[in-house]
Design a protein around this ligand. Sequence first.
Ligand SMILES: [Cu+2]
Length: 344
Amino acid sequence: MIILENVPRIYSRIIIIGIFALVVLFNIDQSYAEEYTISIPYGAFNPELNTPAEVWYDPPELIVQVGDTVTWTNDDREGHTVTSGDGAGRFDWMGSKNLGESDGIFDSKRFMPEESWSYTFEEAGSFNYFCVIHPWMEGIVFVEPSIPDYPHDATGKPVEFPILLITPDNSVEINFSWEPKIIKTHEKVNFIYRFYDATTDQPLRKLQYDIAIIQNGIELYRDKNAVSQAGGDYRQWIFEEPGSVLIKFRDIRSFGKVAETNIDLSGSSVARLGDFSAVVYENTEKIKTVDEIVQPRQTVQFYYEIAVAIIVVPAIMLLIVVIFMKNKGPQTPINQGGRKSSPI
Ligand SMILES: [Cu+2]
């Protein structure tokens, strides 16, 4: 009985330790740069675009974070390049002399079948690339700024919620936080704040103040003469663009006649202010590709199927009919021999 009782306990301990190890590993893994592979599939070389390759670079569009490394493997039968810049496009290279234009950010030079080439993206942005040998081959890598998993201000410095700030005149303490902790575009964020007496730490029940939300130098929102209830308030906002955000409090002043506090808020409110900063990140799930990369196979297969339907199938049928007629044609009268004309 003791053994039977002990066995599950040991197992449960192992499971708990295992889960703990997995959680730790997973968290460590998240903070490290990731590696991605893009294949140059067999058929990418074919200038007729009549190819078994579904795309020239597979996948043709990839989202990574700053610091991630992408490796291109040449699974084709000819040499290729991975060269940053704009390719000639699906059809532009035919007829015209447009062979694409390199922008000099990265260039693999030619690498042969079974070889590969890697590049680490150190800056955020979208990077078009193409093959200088086969300029119809195009791909794009979207590089996002790496997103910390802790709340931080616009300089990237970690912050602890609530962020405490005392106004320059040492009268009011503002406690500030936001939810969710990482702000992303197209996602609602709550900016939550409370006001305290900086000397006694007592909540200031009712205050009047101005609040503004500024992003990338543009004022998105302003509420003049806002009034806090029960010591605090909140503002909800959905950002459309990524970038640094500044939340400004100005002219914090007493509201009404009754002051429920020891501090004197009747004087000039110019120095009763506070600024908080945060960062809005691009929402990966909402990224839409503006330039859809043309995928060869759909187009090629479309024409191929039409060709099969219109030309090949009737041609084969005609051939069968001709052969059948040639073989059967002369024998028919002999075989029938007039016998079939009279019913039994
Ligand atoms: Cu190529």
